[in-house]
Design a protein around this ligand. Sequence first.
Ligand code: AMP
Ligand code: GLY
Length: 409
Amino acid sequence: MNVLVVGSGGREHALVRKLRESPRVDRIFCAPGNGGISLDAECVDLRDFAELAEFAKKNDAFTVVGPDDALADGIAEAFAGLPIFAPTKRAAIIEYSKSYSKALMKKYNIPTAAYEVFDNYADALAYARKSAHPLVVKADGLALGKGVTVCQNLKQSEDALKEAMLDKKFGDSGDTVVIEEFLTGREVSVLAFCDGKTIVPMASAQDHKQVFDGNQGANTGGMGTISPSPYYTDEMAKTCFSEIFEPTLKALAAEGREFVGVLFFGLMITADGVKVIEYNARFGDPETQVVLLRLKTDLFDILEACVFGTLDKIKIEWEDNAAACVILASGGYPQAYKKGYEISELSHVPNVFHAGTIVRDGKIFTNGGRVLGVAGVGDTLEKAVSAAYEGVSKIHFEGVHYRKDIGKV
Ligand code: AMP
Ligand code: GLY
């Protein structure tokens, strides 16, 4: 079978690489892809859903979707009748509306931070003024991972509410806000395969969201990941399965929003048990890069089982090892940065996933904020982290910035 991967980041490069390992996969297309992906897949410059569906049909391709906005815009519906690994827009609401996901958790007793929802600035402000801080202000809709502000004091809450609700920094996504209790603890990402009825969690991962070492500076799309999370025990995994993962899938089904695809649980291990911080309706980036490196089972078999509702028939196995991924970013990211710098020879470095690159005359140039993800695998987390940094040490481009403490904080 042929496969069409939709998206253009490091996550999609990791999906392409893993799917290439499957003896059942013939040609791999990626739309639109990026410079590095074009070395592993046939990139096609299509973005319109009707054109993508037409392409998939003509090329007899099974489609796998990466990005959240495609799901929120209804790509699954546009592919009606064709095999596509993606939740419907109805089901993806669990990511693109935080107020929906909070109400779902409340209704079905799924542990999460206490919260209130506001669509009126004056009421939101009044609530923030009478609340203890820190407090978390979240734009309801998609905001490129930047819609959440952890406010240490009232001034910060006031600013966050003004930016979201009055200045419309996130467009319509901030018309409604969720104001949430601040939780403390270790964060864990657990992605899970779903076929609507059955949910199978993948190996756990830990993201490093802030741009600088020691978890300092602005939040980014993710500066590096490790898998597994050293803080997520087998016992926690069991409790999460029965109290969070399965109840979420069942709740969605009960609400007429049967979920097929990847449910991504952003969890906080608090003193009071594990709680959900957020849901995503897709593979994480850069979680996917580390998690898929540890997957033993044929990924294509799993994705197909999700789409055809037979996930309960398949045994999913993981390597008993660890993986780490360090993101090489453009200087200045997540604020303004320059593009177009040549990247040194990469072909001798294993496990490099391209996020923002372009190929010109056989040479590779930077073309985004997050440029490359350099991963390593080892028997232990320490060995995986060393292997990733060994790769990093061999790569250079002007202005390159990366964290030196992935897997160490
Ligand atoms: P999100 O986009 O929802 O993943 O939020 C981005 C980041 O904000 C999370 O990874 C957490 O570090 C932080 N965050 C979100 N909600 C909370 C909360 N209720 N308490 C503490 N930190 C939070
Ligand atoms: N790494 C977090 C995300 O994909 O949303």
